[in-house]
Design a protein around this ligand. Structure first.
Ligand SMILES: [Zn+2]
Length: 380
């Protein structure tokens, strides 16, 4: 495919406003690109106008997954943009628009790589499955749904096309955001014995949970420490009332040394213990994500690094990622290598005037195709 058409595909994707919604419009567009080829196109609906899209090509051989999300974050204050966020604007070799880096360029580059291989019209030695997800930016629930429906079960490897500056990200932390609410009984503060103070059991929880989490002091060699921060706390209505409600929130970053399941158990155990002593605590999570154990020794990571260095002529390190990508869901699907690898420019993800250097985007198109060919050979 010529560069002009590859750039048009990216520009068309950016013109679709899929900020935290309307991913079906991205799915519709991608479907039209593949309509003349012998591929299997499937959809998995999350909500109205929010479809995950699955495109599988090839008839035999190793199956490489390409993961990309269809949504983008909101544009924010339009006054901070020098060009309209949902119009691709090319200036000085860069393409500007919401999602230019995170990650419509990664998604488009994967699609271009697939179309390029299909255009050759030859029998391929392997298969590719594009997993285009909804809701990555607001909880990775599209990928969770794809995993649940079995679309990752038969993968032999997976590349998540998030912006990585062409480094191969092979590990990242998990995250557990939790909320604890405490219930009491409100009475005038002059007769506290007739009420129930909701703040006190919450303080007990805060102190105990800190001590329990502090025990996780073993460091991951790459990711470093497990961390826990009680980041919000609130309760009561006024100074002369016994408070009948209070809540706190905590943020935990897990490493592969301590599984999310272990942490859930510890948190839940503490709530059970305090409730047995008369507290009325309730624990909830908001889209927790597991960590990605190091993939540094997998064949996929090493050959991806080799392809970036040899085919793109760029430096490439096996690095730690920031986490919170669809990889946290796919790692639950089974035993196949996962890497995060995609084009990125600057540090403009989620910011106004997000952009990608066209040279980086086009290198991404080339990269994914070369990687698929290498993968098929190595994983036969
Ligand atoms: Zn992203």
């Amino acid at each position: 495919m010529n560069d002009k058409r590859a750039i048009k595909i990216l520009a068309d994707l950016i013109a679709i406003d899929s900020a935290n919604d309307h991913e079906s419009r991205v799915a519709d567009y991608l479907t039209t690109l593949f309509k003349d080829y012998p591929v299997k196109i499937e959809r998995l609906t999350y909500a109205p106008d929010r479809d995950n899209l699955i495109i599988t090509m090839g008839n035999q051989g190793p199956l490489l997954g390409f993961s990309g999300h269809e949504d983008v974050v909101a544009a924010g204050d339009l006054n901070n943009w020098q060009s309209p966020p949902f119009t691709a604007t090319i200036k000085d070799g860069n393409l500007y628009g919401r999602g230019a880096s995170d990650m419509k360029s990664g998604l488009a580059a994967m699609v271009v790589a697939m179309l390029d291989l299909l255009e050759k019209g030859q029998e391929l030695p392997g298969r590719i499955r594009l997993l285009a997800s909804v809701g990555e930016e607001t909880g990775e629930y599209g990928a969770a749904q794809l995993v649940k429906a079995g679309y990752a079960d038969d993968l032999d490897g997976l590349v998540v096309g998030e912006p990585s500056h062409f480094n191969v990200e092979v590990t990242h932390k998990g995250v557990i955001d939790y909320y604890v609410t405490s219930k009491g009984k409100c009475v005038h503060s002059s007769i506290p014995e007739q009420g129930k103070n909701a703040i006190m059991p919450l303080i007990a929880f805060a102190q105990k949970v800190q001590a329990i989490m502090d025990r996780h002091d073993q460091k991951d060699p790459v990711l470093g420490s497990f961390t826990h921060v009680i980041s919000q706390i609130e309760g009561g209505d006024q100074i002369n009332s016994v408070p009948d409600h209070a809540w706190l929130a905590g943020n935990i970053r897990t490493t592969p040394i301590y599984s999310n399941d272990q942490i859930y158990q510890e948190l839940e155990q503490l709530v059970v213990e305090l409730n047995a002593q008369g507290a009325e605590l309730e624990l909830k999570y908001s889209f927790p994500e597991v960590s990605l154990p190091s993939q540094a020794n997998t064949k996929l990571a090493l050959l991806a690094q080799e392809v970036v260095i040899n085919e793109l002529g760029r430096p490439c390190e096996l690095a730690a990622g920031t986490g919170a990508t669809d990889s946290s869901e796919y790692v639950l699907a089974g035993d196949f290598p996962i890497i995060i690898l995609g084009p990125a420019a600057g540090e403009t993800d989620h910011q106004p005037n997000e952009f990608i250097a066209l040279a980086d985007y086009l290198a991404g198109c080339k990269l994914y195709q070369a990687l698929a060919l290498r993968f098929w050979r190595e994983y036969q």
